[in-house]
Design a binder for this molecule. Structure first.
Ligand code: DGY
Length: 319
């Protein structure tokens, strides 16, 4: 009997179409993202799940799936899945590292530059007719922060953090780094977290969201940041205390922020960051180029096919 695999969204690229040679595939066709209750229903009797970072697969759901043999997520981050619950049953979890590194570093730098130079604010000013109405231009008109010569602190100097560091060096920035586990990284001055926060004009987050990193950038750590610094987050919203960040941005303690990820997504209307003019916002699009998303989908398919063949996944998050 063929195994049953549920795919929670249509994926881009060609490779995913090969899945049906190995199993019975059922794909959620929408409209929109699958709800938690529909996911629970669709997964009954499934041996495998191909999912997105928007699908929350927690222990209570995993416990209802005695046949489950693998999950393959089209994401590098796996915080939407209870990895410990999978580990207890020896269930492999596929993810997509590597292919999104440069794309996510580009997004990080786009947000960093946009926040430093107030690009979103300026765009709104022109688009909404304020420029015409006020007939204004002055030497301090939309002045921002210099990037060249500034210090960038990278929290999490893994593959994406290092790709951001390469961009920063090309822009004439000095780079400091911090990792949870002490390790040296060629070309990056590794320092204590407190020192990084105190000395950096820009801080960029590149650590995964885990029990250890949830809320790492809390009110205490935000207060340590250099006055007038800029925070960029393309990692996960849960790493930052969003209320403390919003308060620091509103008071002027921090100059600006570029935020691609939120504790709750889609971000609720009452998130305090949405009301601030000095925050550049994006809807979790760090890896969103056509090519990168196709490459991620291909790896997702490869991981699922390997599991169906009884082989080790090429990219397993819980080996
Ligand atoms: C991931 O894959 O985890 C990223 O957040 C997508 O941009």
């Amino acid at each position: 009997m063929k195994k049953k695999v549920f795919v929670t969204h249509m994926l881009p690229g060609e490779r995913i179409h090969q899945l049906s040679a190995f199993c019975d595939v059922n794909v959620w066709l929408g409209p929109g993202l699958i709800s938690a209750s529909a996911l629970r229903e669709e997964l009954v009797g499934c041996h495998g799940v191909v999912c997105l970072l928007t699908d929350h697969i927690d222990r209570s759901l995993i416990d209802t799936l005695p046949q489950l043999e693998f999950i393959s997520s089209m994401s590098v981050g796996v915080d939407h899945i209870d990895v410990a619950a999978l580990n207890e049953r020896g269930i492999p979890l596929g993810h997509t590292p590597g292919v999104l590194v440069e794309t996510t570093a580009d997004t990080t730098f786009a947000l960093l530059l946009a926040a430093a130079r107030r690009i979103s604010e300026a765009d709104r000013f022109v688009r909404q007719g304020e420029w015409r109405r006020e007939n204004r231009w002055s030497p301090d008109f939309f002045t921002g922060k210099d990037v060249s010569g500034a210090t960038l602190g990278i929290i999490g100097v893994g593959a994406i953090g290092q790709a951001v560091a390469r961009r920063a060096s090309a822009f004439g920035m000095k780079v400091l780094g911090w990792n949870r586990s002490p390790k040296t990284v060629a070309g990056i001055d590794m320092v204590a977290l407190e020192q990084l926060l105190e000395c950096s004009d820009f801080v960029s987050l590149h650590i995964p969201l885990t029990d250890d990193t949830r809320g790492l950038l809390d009110a205490h750590h935000i207060a340590l940041m250099k006055p007038g610094a800029v925070l960029v987050n393309t990692a996960r919203g849960g790493i930052v205390d969003e209320s403390a960040l919003a308060a620091a941005l509103a008071s002027g303690a921090l100059f600006a922020a570029g935020i691609d990820v939120f504790d709750e997504e889609p971000v609720p209307e009452n998130n305090p960051l949405l009301a601030l003019p000095n925050v550049v916002l994006a809807p979790h699009i760090g890896s969103a180029t056509t090519l990168t998303r196709e490459r991620m989908a291909d790896i997702t398919a490869d991981n699922a096919i390997a599991a169906l063949r009884g082989e080790v996944m090429p990219h397993c998050a819980n080996p």
